[in-house]
Ligand binder design. Structure first.
Ligand code: ZN
Length: 218
């Protein structure tokens, strides 16, 4: 977990948004390897192990919910090469981090060769993708545990409406979102293009009421 991304993480419990406090840690090359994130609101603690933060809710007895099976679009990642994904996500500069959810994490090692390279945050990374400099990982429930508008772009491999809505909410205005073709485009996202496998959309500006321009004549 790249230390600068900790600011973007949020406690998954239903309470007011609050950043998380890094309690103790082993850090290598500005990436936290082992440690704990604590929530100052509900006092939940989330472990960091082998560079991955576990932000799944526990059952009250310390056991975490199982990782979600997001393979609802089998073979999707094989159909969309990493370079194509990078183009759809508009990763032309290193400003802001990119979320790759589920199976999209398989493209991380190719994307790490991009120059310039934005930080990559893998949500529910595949078991065989290890964290390394440039790669951060979290395990999560259906909702992405991120601040509103925190990510520059998000790729989702899932058709779950809760995850799609939270992915849209986590993407900054003007940022890109990529999801399986079967997934409904969530509110606040404008579809830009689609092929037989995926659609790509753009996060629209703030969800507040649209500003109307009143033209007065007289
Ligand atoms: Zn909390």
């Amino acid at each position: 977990m790249f230390i600068e991304l900790v600011d973007a993480l949020r406690c998954p419990r239903a309470h007011e948004e609050s950043w998380l406090v890094l309690a103790m840690s082993r850090i290598e090359a500005r990436h936290i390897q082992e440690g704990t994130l604590g929530c100052p609101v509900c006092h939940a603690e989330y472990p960091i192990t082998e560079g991955i933060v576990d932000l799944r809710l526990d059952d009250g007895e310390g056991a975490r919910a199982p990782t979600r099976d997001t393979r609802q679009a089998p073979g999707l990642v094989d159909q969309v090469p990493a370079e194509h994904l990078a183009a759809m996500l508009n990763l032309a500069d290193a400003l802001g981090f990119v979320v790759l959810a589920g199976e999209w994490g398989r493209h991380a090692n190719v994307l790490l060769e991009l120059d310039p390279l934005p930080p990559l945050l893998l949500v529910d990374p595949p078991d065989d993708v290890a964290m390394r400099p440039g790669l951060s990982g979290v395990r999560a429930g259906a909702r992405l545990p991120l601040a509103v508008g925190a990510a520059r772009a998000v790729a989702v491999d899932d058709v779950d409406a809760v995850r799609l809505a939270s992915a849209a909410q986590s993407t900054r205005a003007g940022g890109r979102m990529v999801a399986p073709g079967q997934a409904l485009v969530p509110d606040g996202v404008r579809e830009l293009a689609r092929n037989e496998h995926v659609w790509v959309g753009e996060r629209e500006a703030a969800s507040s009421a649209p500003v109307r321009l009143h033209v007065r004549r007289g």
